[in-house]
Every structure is written in C-alpha cells, then in structure tokens.
Design a protein around this ligand. Sequence first.
Ligand SMILES: *Cc1c(COP(=O)(O)O)cnc(C)c1O
Length: 384
Amino acid sequence: MVMPQEDRIFLSSPHMSGNEQKYIQEAFDLNWIAPLGNNVEGFERELAQYNDIAGTAVVTSGTAAIHLALRMLGVERNDTVFCSSLTFIASVNPIIYQGAKPVFIDSELDSWNMSPQALERAFEDAKRKGEMPKAVIVVHLYGQSAKVDEIKEICDTYHVPLIEDAAESLGSTYKGKKSGTLGKIGIFSFNGNKIITTSGGGALISEDEQMLQKARFLATQARDQAIHYQHSELGYNYRMSNIVAGIGRGQLEVLDERVNQRRAVFERYYKAFKDIPGIAFQPELENSRSNRWLTALTIDSKQTGVSRTEIIQKLAEENIEARPVWKPMHLQPLFAGLLYYPHEVENSVSDFLFENGLCLPSGSNLSEEQQNKVIAMVLDMLKK
Ligand SMILES: *Cc1c(COP(=O)(O)O)cnc(C)c1O
C-alpha cells in the first residue's frame, strides 16, 4: 500500500530553507537557465568560503566528483585504488569506470571508518608486489571523520594522494578543519538524502586551483579553446546547471543550522538509549565534530533481546524508515573476489558493524513528536 508522504517518517529527507527560490527566480529573471552562470560561480565561491579552501568545482553528482578526482590523479586501466569498504557503492563505482581495481580497507571501532592498521598492511603488501595504488579514498561515514592524521601519514610515507569522500560529512570538522579539506581532493554530494541538497549534485574541493580548472574542463566535454568544437581528450557532461546551483546557494545559507539540528536529533536518541546494555552509538573522535548526518548505533541482540532487523521491520509497519548500516563493499556480489584488508587478520570490523548496525530517522526536519514516537517504539521492543 502506498502511504501518503506526510505520514511517513523518513531516514533523511530534503529540508528546504525557502531561500532557494530567490536564487532560482534570479536565474529565471535573467533567463540564465542554461549551464553555468552566476549561481554556479556563486555556489563555488560560497562553498569554498564555507570550507576555507582555495576552490571548488560543482558537478552533477558526488559520483561524478569522485570520477573526476580519479581522472585528476591519473587513475587508469589496471591501476589499483585503496578505498574504505564500509561505504555506499558510489565511492567505488568510479574506480571501475576507469577500468582500475579497488582494494577494500576495513574500518576500526573508534570512528567506524578506515582502519589505519589495515591500510598499513595493504601498503606493505602492495610495496612487496610492486603494485602501489594510484590513490586512497577515505570515507567519513554518517558525518564522522576518519582518523585522518594517521591515514595521511601512511599515505605520505608511500607518496600516494588521498581523496576524501566527504559526501556524508559536509559541515563536519576534524581538529578544527572542515571535513573534505585535508586530502589532495575532497568531494561532496548534494543528493536528496544528504545534509543539504540541490535535488542532485556534487562538488570537488581542493587547494590546487589548477586541478579544479582541469576538472571543470573535463566536466564540460573537454572542449579545446577553438570555435569549431575541437577535442583532444575524453571528457564528460558533468557540470552543475545554474538552476541547481541556485538551490545549493539557498541550502548553504542554512548548513550550520542543519548540522545543529541533526546533532540535536542524535542527542535525543543518545539520552534515550545510552544506558541500555547492548547499545553502542557511533563514536565521535576526540577533536572532531560530526554533522551527525545519520544517527547510527549497534544493537547486541544477545543483550537487548531484539535484533536490529526486527527493529527495522517493526518500525516499517508504522511507516517509519530505518536502515541497516551500509553493506560493506567486500561483501557485494559485484565485487566478489577483490582484495580486502580486515582490521585484524581474523577480525573484520565492517562485517560486525553491518550485521549489528542500525541507522535511525535523522532528518533535520524530524519533529520532536515524530522522534519521540520512534524512541518509544524502540524502547518498547528492547524491554521485552
Ligand atoms: C551519497 C554518497 C555518494 C555519492 O553521491 P551522489 O551525489 O549520490 O552521486 C558518495 N559517497 C558516499 C559515501 C555517499 O553517501
């Protein structure tokens, strides 16, 4: 049965500010609908300012941004790229688009993100085999920063550039710096379920303005400077449109507010469940601040008497959307047989997080009343 949208409690749904209309109207008034234009430039400038970084290039999706980042770093056929295993598939697909091979790296429990010790083992093996990766993609899951200092140190030792997949962590910070600004290239997503959205979109950010210039070039079909449409390189149609960028400008104005709202959602869940044996929330690393895009936790069914799957099913009956933690990439049928480095030889942390992990409705537009309903239902199940 299709339920009316207004009755449904979503995991994470778009939350408009009202300011978006102003920018869209301006584009209409100027008939600046076609690609590029003042909103694209404005959004790039404002996004760079927000993140305190030299520049950004806005594109059609986060996936496109990762694809361009790989092109920027020269990833080609038969190269390898190390990537977090516990993530959404968009982190990995662009590696395949390039004909390269992903190597999956497990998580650790302090952040649920890339395990530095697994990364180190992967590098040692790669060095032995003479197959160094062209890049490392680290994901900041659900808004929480990975152990970037440790990971960067390893990458620097082996002279391999780091791409931050900050699709879920826009507005988060790590040691006072914005998430996504710590590697060679960072990427964001403005997909409909993210902390701010343009309905669909993405961005690359970097201190290297030349690299971004090249990304913009490749994103507009790699057109040489000639009036007769000449092309010397393979390009894409990846540039963000001026209308979509207008939505982004309106959304960016409320990003900090959205972060605070998501953190407040987390705090309410945390207060309600923190003392229950068998429940553990995704931790926040010292010196980092998560945007808490999604509130994620693990349920030890032996202690709570109920599994995360039972909780998801029960909530679904009440038209409430909850989800398991991402299914790790090394467990995906599409990537069967590819190399994987667990946290410890006999201990895969991402397997554990997938089997026991739960994401609860976390939207910035989730009302307290709606959240109380979710909390009451979960508490009710746990007590039995
Ligand atoms: C959403 C997401 C992406 C991709 O973004 P799109 O804009 O949907 O292409 C990439 N990586 C992660 C971790 C994501 O959550």
